[in-house]
Design a protein. Structure first.
Length: 403
């Protein structure tokens, strides 16, 4: 990634803890992203001295190493944010390494702060400038919107729409940002676990089950079609999972959507596995995996092209995309902001991995704002969709309950 030993001038590199890195970034009011890829043990972090705000999804292939944080609405009020990895940290080496072009004065200032006693204490995390849009739907208004959506689908105005809601809950008095992140790492080994804190934007944490696009170091492109939700079976396995027609159809819609994006790009050489039942925390989903070997298929921009075509996917928006998005903006009743957008590392040592920002919460000063959604089809029951959102909220509520 073009990193060198941090401010070392030939001496042996110092080792740091994840807590030191995070609290120093918060003290210095620098943007930071922490993450761990699914089924891995390495936690990585990048600190960006000058986050870039963009109006469109940037190209992955030509980007420097860093971290993308993008909103649900691609042309709305919230910007797409790129955190260039001016500093990169790995929990395996415990070293903080600057990019070759990172500003030397800022690198030195940050590394000097790492050794100061006050950085061992917790610091305030960034909260959003505008906190007036956290007016969550209660059960009555959410189920009314679901009923409206079912009527619109049966009238053939659209095939599917995803409606979401928020749940604002007080932060426990003993809440700690680093402890919450570490609890997520332990609780959700199969998920993309992340913590993003950007001054002026806010602080988000999550354990997402859904990859949007990835291109790994072996040049293998991947995406998934993930939909359908039910609680995990009591025995903790998928052996006894029984799916209703509604969920099978919902997952099939997402699958066809991915295939339609391939078709637009005239891409025919891909492998497809699924659908199969997968576990995500306390829930089960149906998932189909798609893969393209870019060493064999000459399509160097496939990652960016699919990212721009897929987002927002039918798993978080609906089908067809335009009427579903209109319905969401007209009837959901709040601003999703970065919920159901996407986030992840770009051109890291592992490659580029963008995940849908699901099973997440945004931190205010004394409250956590939790987000959850449900896919609505013509067969949806408003009460069952409300229950589905309650199940999904448990992913983050479980973490908060442990303080």
């Amino acid at each position: 990634m073009g990193h060198e030993a941090a401010g070392m001038g030939g001496e042996s590199a110092k080792s740091y803890t994840l807590e030191q890195i995070l609290t120093t970034a918060l003290h210095q009011q620098q943007a930071i992203a922490l993450w761990r890829l699914p089924l891995q043990t390495e936690v990585q972090a990048c600190i960006s001295f000058a986050p870039q705000k963009m109006s469109a999804i940037p190209a992955l292939e030509t980007s420097p190493a860093g971290f993308l944080f993008c909103p649900f609405v691609t042309d709305g009020d919230e910007p797409h944010i790129f955190l260039k990895a001016d500093l990169h940290y790995s929990s395996h080496t415990k070293q903080l390494l600057p990019a070759a072009d990172a500003p030397e004065a800022l690198v030195n200032s940050f590394t000097a702060a790492l050794d100061q006693p006050e950085t061992r204490t917790s610091a305030a995390w960034p909260i959003p400038v505008h906190t007036d849009h956290f007016k969550g739907r209660n059960e009555e208004t959410f189920t009314a919107a679901v009923s409206l959506a079912v009527d619109a689908i049966r009238a053939e105005a659209m095939e599917k729409v995803v409606l979401s809601r928020i749940n604002t809950t007080p932060l426990p008095s003993a809440f700690s940002l680093i402890n919450a992140f570490e609890k997520m790492l332990q609780a959700y080994p199969n998920a993309f676990v992340s913590l993003v804190a950007i001054p002026g934007i806010g602080t988000w944490m999550g354990a997402s089950p859904e990859i949007l696009v990835s291109v790994d170091q072996q040049q293998i492109f991947k995406t998934v079609a993930l939909a359908g939700t039910q609680p995990l079976c009591e025995d903790g396995s998928t052996a006894n999972a029984i799916w209703r027609q509604k969920e099978i159809e919902e997952q099939g819609m997402v699958e066809r959507y991915v295939l339609s994006c391939f078709k637009k790009l005239r891409l025919r050489e891909y492998s497809e596995v699924g659908p199969r039942t997968v576990i995500a925390g306390n829930l089960m989903h149906l998932r189909t995996d798609f893969k393209v070997d870019l060493k064999e298929v000459d399509f160097p921009t496939l990652g960016t092209d699919m990212l721009r075509l897929l987002h927002p996917t039918s798993a978080v928006c609906g089908l067809p995309k335009e009427p579903a998005l209109r319905f969401i903006l007209n009837h959901e009743g709040y601003n999703r902001s970065y919920y159901s957008g996407f986030l992840g590392p770009v051109n890291s040592s592992d490659g580029s991995y963008q995940f849908v920002n699901l099973r997440c919460m945004q931190l205010l000063q004394h409250e956590a704002v939790l987000y959850a959604g449900a896919g609505i089809t013509g067969d949806s029951s408003p009460e069952k969709e409300w229950q589905e959102t309650k199940h999904k909220l448990q992913t983050m509520l479980k973490i908060l309950s442990e303080f």
